[in-house]
Design a protein around this ligand. Structure first.
Ligand code: 3PY
Ligand code: MG
Length: 256
């Protein structure tokens, strides 16, 4: 399989459907890459990944011909920079609530003059078979930085966040957003006010020239988001792929 970066795919206007992997073993990440997803996201915020499992997972996914996205823990912009050094095609940073947060994220993940990313992409260069000079010349365009919008503060600061130079995209966290918009009363990504807020974010981000991602709990939600014009859609989580596959097989096996 030829490796296609997420940036190249989105630049062509093709939406990307991503696996979402919490289990910290490269075999799980590789299985997702070979199962037909366009790309694979490894989750360090709520998933069980750490720096070593991310390094191994990126290798397995890349060698299976897919690009890897890493969601880093809250505020861990140093890890965002490391994930790119390890060969990630994109990073997602949760709970970006202000232009200052977004500026700090960009500083860690884009080379000068856009940011202050420090040099050391040894593993990326090895994995992708590129020359160091070519990587330096292209990395700011070929790697994507997503700021998560999932709080009332982020909604209030949305235009200022979208105006931060070097920020490529936003990623909506519809569960946290639904909790925030209901002042903690419930978590319901499909609630009408929450979907309206997500559409507002999508429209404003597209108007600002940014790509927009969102997390879908299942295939039906992912289809809806694809129809609505989201660019990057995370489809469910690895535990659900396993449970759904097992339930389907067992019900078949137990049918009289
Ligand atoms: C959310 O829905 O809040 C997320 O962070 C999705 O992963
Ligand atoms: Mg969240």
């Amino acid at each position: 399989m030829t490796f296609v970066s997420l940036a190249a795919r989105l630049a062509k206007g093709s939406p990307a459907l991503s696996a979402w992997i919490a289990m910290p073993d490269p075999l799980v990440a590789e299985s997702a890459a070979r199962a037909g997803f366009d790309c694979v996201t490894l989750d360090m915020q709520h998933g069980l990944h750490d720096a070593i499992s991310v390094m191994r997972g990126i290798g397995a996914v890349t060698l299976a011909g897919r690009s890897t996205i890493v969601r880093v823990p809250v505020g861990d912009f140093a890890m965002a920079s490391r994930a790119l050094d390890m060969g990630a095609s994109a990073v997602i940073a949760p709970m970006i609530n202000s232009a200052d947060d977004a500026t700090a994220l960009v500083a860690a993940t884009k080379y000068p003059p856009v940011g202050q990313r420090s040099w050391g992409p040894t593993r990326t260069i090895q994995l992708q078979g590129v020359e160091a000079a070519d990587y330096l010349a292209t990395a700011n365009m070929t790697t994507l930085v997503f700021a998560m919008i999932e709080t009332v503060e982020a909604m209030t600061a949305l235009d200022a966040i979208l105006a931060v130079p070097g920020l490529d995209a936003v990623f909506i966290g519809p569960s946290d957003l639904s909790i925030a918009l209901s002042a903690g009363a419930n978590v319901d990504p499909m609630r009408t006010d929450n979907q309206e807020a997500a559409s507002l974010i999508r429209t404003r981000a597209h108007a600002a020239g940014k790509k927009v991602g969102i997390f879908a709990l299942n295939g039906a939600q992912a289809r809806l988001y694809r129809m609505l014009g989201y660019d990057f859609i995370a489809v469910g989580v690895d535990a659900a792929y396993f449970a759904l596959g097992a339930a389907t097989m067992l019900s078949e096996a137990r049918r009289d």
